[in-house]
Design a protein around this ligand. Structure first.
Ligand SMILES: Nc1ncnc2c1ncn2[C@@H]1O[C@H](COP(=O)(O)OP(=O)(O)OP(=O)(O)O)[C@@H](O)[C@H]1O
Length: 118
């Protein structure tokens, strides 16, 4: 049991590291708060909420993995290297891709509601 809580502690320190060092992580949290507020105000259904949770989830997961990859690359290749650039660029593109999918899901759910509410 103690081991279980310890591993939670490690995971939370990873989240804290991403929050402290990554501007994008802070922006994702602001986006999350906006999505929660909009979802509450525009009364999203349970099914829509599940899609929004998935959308937000993939963004946070890719951002955390991207942060880990950045740290690893800086550790193994502190000097400029073509392969290090490719690893970081591909990793960053995963975040971009996830954010794009989340944006599309958000637009599909919120745009009709905004027009309906207006
Ligand atoms: N060691 C390296 N060798 C080659 N290119 C690198 C290296 N480190 C970074 N780069 C290039 O610079 C870009 C930005 O790298 P950086 O580590 O600053 O990422 P970032 O997304 O700006 O991260 P952070 O959020 O920490 O500022 C990378 O996508 C890559 O193209």
């Amino acid at each position: 049991m103690r081991r279980f809580f310890k591993s939670f502690g490690y995971a939370f320190s990873g989240i804290a590291y991403a929050f402290k060092t990554q501007l994008n992580f802070k922006l994702h949290i602001i986006a999350l708060l906006l999505v929660v507020a909009a979802g509450w105000y525009l009364e999203v259904t349970t099914q829509e909420s599940l899609w929004l949770i998935m959308a937000v989830g993939i963004v946070f997961i890719t951002e955390l993995v991207n942060t880990a990859i950045e740290v690893l690359v800086d550790f193994v290749s502190p000097s400029h290297h073509e392969k290090a650039k490719i690893v970081k660029d591909v990793s960053a593109s995963a975040v971009l891709f996830a954010a794009f999918i989340a944006l599309i899901i958000g637009m599909i759910i919120f745009i009709p509601k905004i027009f309906y509410a207006a």
